[in-house]
Design a protein around this ligand. Sequence first.
Ligand code: ADP
Ligand code: ZN
Ligand code: ZN
Length: 745
Amino acid sequence: MSGTSDSHQRERVLRVAVPRPLRRLFDYLPPTGQKVTGFRPGCRIKVPFGRHVVTGFVAGTSEHSAIGREQLKPALAMLDSRPLLPPALLELVHWAADYYQHPIGEVFATALPAPLREGAPLHEEAEFWSAAAAAASAEQLPSRALRQRQLLEFLIERGSVSRADLALAGFSPALLRQLAGKGLARRELQRLDEETDWPRSQLNATARPAMNEDQASAVERFQKAGPGYRCALLNGITGSGKTEVYMRLIEQELAAGRQCLVLVPEIGLTPQTIDRFEQRFAAPVAAFHSGLNGNERLRVWRRVAAGGIAIVIGTRSAVFTPMARPGLIVIDEEHDSSFKQHEGLRYSARDLAVMRARKENIGIVLGSATPSLESFRNAELGRFLRLDLPRRAGGSRPALLRPLDIANQPLSAGICELAMMKIAQHLEAGNQVLVFVNRRGFAPILQCPLCGWTSQCEDCSVYLTVHSQPPCQRCHHCEARRAIPNRCPVCGNSDLQVSGLGTQQVEANLVREFPGTPVLRVDRDSTRGRDRFRKLLAQVIRGDPAILVGTQMLAKGHHFPGITLVLVVDADNGLFSPDFRGQEQMAQLIVQVAGRAGRSSGRPGEVLVQTRHARHETLKRIIDSSYSEFAQHLLAERRSAVMPPFSHLCLIRAECRDREAALSFLRRARRAIETPSEQQFVHWTGPLPAPLEKRQSRYRMQLLLRSPSRPRLRAVLARLVAQLDESAAPRGLRWQIDVDPIDLL
Ligand code: ADP
Ligand code: ZN
Ligand code: ZN
């Protein structure tokens, strides 16, 4: 072997994650003329890929490549000298790719604001100009170059001037180039987001209530468990002052100069949360959520990464925001399903946050009035520290829940007479009323009473929802719209009927019943646009008598001091849900909405739950016992059924316009992987049609894997994914994996 090829062999190659749906890394030589040393994982790199040039991420370097060196292509250019993410977050990205069996390049892309994926500089930079060393005086220039002379004089006098200031002073880019061409002016890029801190002495810690005993004990136990990684489940009833606990813990981190990340379900819905933190702390608070455009997100991201933001409040994607000096992570409403991403990388921001805290060796608090069974179980196993706040803070008492049997009652738009009377009473006393209807639109079904025809979406296997504002029928899965027909398309009958209830119908009815009282509807249709929602909220918080009609948007974390009555129009949906999480979700919803009642002291709250099954065991339990007790009961059921959290699930879904193709694709995969010896550890169901079998003209088939052993499940999953990757999927077929799926729809 000759000397040259020997040294070639020792030269390392770059392992690159490319933004393509491929579950592997690709090897490249360093850009021509450069050495591999100095290429740090997490830096962006431009590489040729097929016939394109893509921006990938250096995942590492290696001595060996499975491909012959002569076939390796050199990368084109390195974009960064420093990694975009700190080591703990790089580990998290790799962990997520492995855990969710997702292509690594796409995980990187998910973790970063869009402009960074497209090559924007890591730091916010601005162009500054100054006089070059060779420039001593403007006299060096011929007197006829008057503008150039003026510019040079300006630069000599002012030192370093930003491009923007030069433009303001009337100097054009062309002029700058002329001067630079003569070697008299110099351009440099300066970072604008240099690491910054906040004045610690100004932390506004005096304007805060004294903690009650439960809060103080929660704070103390969390602190005692530190420093370093620890995860607490803060199980506090609605209005128990969980936010105060978060703020005390945050205060200590800020005082030590560390940053905090607070994840909330939906920021557009809870502008109050941001206000509360801003009012409390004299330190920079920033919001990071999907309502911001790419550049806005990048600006916040850079400032957090540089250490200039003390508290970042964000929705699920904020879980990847790097902090220069990480201190604490808080997940508020940890049970909320919006922490789970439903497309692409189907991650749980809560679970990733826990893993992140572990990797960064910091504390994390998961708070909720209705914790998930998974978190209760983790507390039981001692993985989470359980902190309880069983009483309301600030003197108000929990509202009283009462079932209202409507089995044989006359209803008007779903509301019985007794409930109507109650609404009138509370309004007369000067209070506000919340009416909870968990469906938007006017009515979920339009049908013909003569022949039985029902109006369905052409592309999805669901009914079209009738809307009255504006009048039309809409599919809530593909947003298709159609006019409301005058007659039945099958038998011609012109007397079509709606059945079921939506928020618009209840709203219209209440407007008739209570003329003079404002009725505010809060659902996805009424709140398009953030400002609209803010205005609605402001009106409610002012506190004048009003009726709020809304979906679960109203159940999430709001503090409405004026509400004394909550009416749950129909509690029965969840009782008979085919989803194994149906009862858990129903209980969470009822407890959360009920928690909006009677939140100010001196005005006790009342909650009425309309049902046709007042004797149903589940409903009785929800109403009569605490949520924690109910959760214990559900946990026992899950244990005996070996369902999560006593087992782990993974869903593989195939979607195709050709129903049979989707089915047989999954059938083949199952046959190729399943072994008899594994059957006692991993339980296979399917392939079967998904409950929502057709969506946007594509049939959806699914295969469900369940196992009490995560390692066994992962081993099978890895083999299955490799098999699916290799098998030639029929044209137009898409498949996805959902590890720890939340809804099996
Ligand atoms: P949760 O988030 O648990 O539903 P909040 O944090 O919204 O509860 O608190 C409910 C109310 O109780 C708020 O108005 C809050 O200001 C008040 N509160 C919280 N802790 C205390 C305390 N220690 N003393 C007095 N009022 C408190
Ligand atoms: Zn008909
Ligand atoms: Zn549809």
